[in-house]
Design a protein around this ligand. Structure first.
Ligand SMILES: [Zn+2]
Length: 135
């Protein structure tokens, strides 16, 4: 009879830690509301967590793409203008294509690497590296 510890150790050894995400990469759609002249994206934090990117980075990209100013407020992103949510979703998809999805294997399991000030996207699934666009 093996001890509990031995069994536990065996179990640990058999469990491979898999950090690669689910098969489907389905970015959450924005939820938000118009408040006066501003647009509040209420699930911004959930989206960037899903994309595993810095909120500031994503927010900066969206502001550029949507040609508006905005600010991060806790879990939310607030644009200083009225914004169609469909348009925001499109830009988030664009952000994912550019900064998250691997161009080689199309998987989202990438990380941003920075070497000598040059940023690149490193794919954990296939190992491909691709330079990142500056914006
Ligand atoms: Zn890849």
């Amino acid at each position: 009879m093996e001890s509990y510890e031995t069994l536990l150790n065996k179990a640990y050894q058999q469990v491979k830690v898999i950090t690669v995400s689910k098969d489907r990469f389905d970015i959450p759609k924005v939820t938000g509301q118009i408040e006066g002249k501003a647009t509040v994206i209420t699930n911004f934090k959930a989206i960037v967590e899903y994309l595993r990117r810095q909120p500031e980075h994503c927010a900066k990209f969206l502001q550029k793409q949507l040609a508006t100013n905005g600010k991060i407020d806790g879990d939310r992103l607030i644009f200083n203008t009225k914004m169609n949510s469909q348009k925001v979703n499109e830009k988030i998809q664009m952000y994912a294509d550019e900064f998250v999805i691997c161009p080689t294997c199309k998987k989202p399991d990438t990380e941003i690497e920075s070497e000598k000030g040059i940023k690149s996207k490193h794919c954990l699934a296939c190992g491909a590296r691709s330079p990142l666009k500056q914006f």
